[in-house]
Design a protein. Sequence first.
Length: 632
Amino acid sequence: MEARARIRKSIAGGAVLAAAALVLAACGSGASSGAAGQGGGSGGIGPGGPVPVGNNVTGGTVSVAEPPATTPNWIFPMASLAYFSVYNISDLQQPMYKPLYWFGGHDDQPTIDYALSPANAPKYASNGRSVTISMKGWKWSDGESVDAKDVQFWMNMVKAEKANWAGYVPGAFPDNISKVTVVDPSTVKLDLTGTYSDNWFTYNELSQITPMPMAWDVTSLGAKAGSGGCTTDVSKCPAVYKFLVGQAKNMKGYAGSHIWGVVDGAWKLGSFSSDGNYTLVPNPSYSGSPKPTLDAVKFLPFTSDSSEFNVLKAGNTIDVGYIPSQDLPAKPASAAVPSTNPAGSSYNLVPSYTWSVNYFVPNFNNPTVGPILRQLYVRQALQETLDQPVDVSKALQGYGYPNFSPVPVEPTNQWLSPKAKQGTPYPFSVSKAKALLTQHGWTEKSGVMTCTKPGTGSAQCGAGVKAGAKMSFTYHYASGTQSLSQEMQQYKSDAAQAGIQLNMKAEPFNSVLGEAVICKPTQSSCSWQIANWGGGWIYAPDFLPTGEDLFATGAGSNTGSYSDPTMDKLIKASEQQNGTQPMFTYEDYASQQLPVIFQANGYAISAVSNHVGGVNSNPLGSIVPEYWYRTK
């Protein structure tokens, strides 16, 4: 189970934390055939909805186990980095507020699903300088149409508040849209600032739009829908944004809110508690298909993976749960799931990969260690002391794979470069890591490397690194997952052999994510040094694995404040040029430059009750519980 903070695009990693993204995923296109992500037992069902026949029943509740120590805490679809997690986006927001285009679920690939989208396929101008979108005429639960002005409302809000939105990348969305025109009530046209790949613009830019209802364009409770004026006047958006943020911070009021109760998705909130207990119930006004047949989907919080597993084994409290890595028998050589079922005969086991990469983040702007972390040779040493093969075989019991590229290794895809397929450029080697440091002016003193040759020469410590600086870092990682804790203790031991001191501090997922913010060296918020929230990033809703969100200078999810002109240039080329080669070039450069330290990806083994159908693998971590149903 891994965590993701995509961070919106968010997180997916090698620890049990990301389980939610893996375990709960429901696929609307039927069970897939590959070993990775293939449905088990209850399987998937095709478009058109679960028509109860035979042993299937209408109604009932399905209970879902949340990953350990991770609870949704932000309902507003526009979020800052501190709230930009899969648990907020995929598990809470998207079931209620449909994005303009829905992705995921076809043959375990991150592909678009127009049937689940409130808009028809986009139409690009022949010169590539504009795109026109027609809406399907769905309805909000208050009777208003989901139409062009709702798209305009989102676009104006993002333009006004892009500095507060974790999805923002300077020069990309929404900067690359020069004009938004409501052609008619059901049609909106976006004029673009340049020529872009149609595929990239659909998958990575239009995918970020979530239509917002006029009921949200207000500055006070009880105000007339649309009276805030943001839909037609960007200058009025800050006041509307301030009001909505204030409402989003009031978690106690989520379930009864007149704001958040206006939905266009298949679900609405039945109840919500800040401790992680919440329930989704059907939206009777949902315009799409399929319609829910369950009475409710209930989400259950747990403080640790072991506590979840104890409840799972004990009885019928959990319908969709997960098996912690430490409770899995060793992975069979020829199968994706274990040969024996730790959850018992009441559950089917389902393996799930996410469309993700796993990493931890160095803070390049930390005033103390930032200059050290900006040295490539230091990041190489950090990478070479992380033993990914051992992490996979021991901590993850074989249910994972090494990761050393910004493009996912699994599921199999066309974007992984030929060089990446050959393996990591920095294989595990404590001796090489130690040699790198000594060759660059560091001397081991009392077990910790110390800069004894400051300066910018080839045999010196590097720009900004002072004499006497120590190779010692405070390392925050997400608590609650035994496999991640095991990986971190192994890493601490191996790094110490190279003279790198990692001062490990385990904290709840939300705490780690909230501390790891973009900052300037002069800000108090820049005190964090290295952060590992249990994973790296799920590519959603930017679904092509280009790097504009993660590694472009100034990007809203560039947590560590990495900046490199060559990287920026290669990222831009991957956005504007068709074909795979621009992606390969960017990918290989990122693998060599290490803007983050890549770590092993785990994949989840989900446990799904044999009295629940329609649950399947979705590599994007999205859930579509309208496809789920109970059986007798």
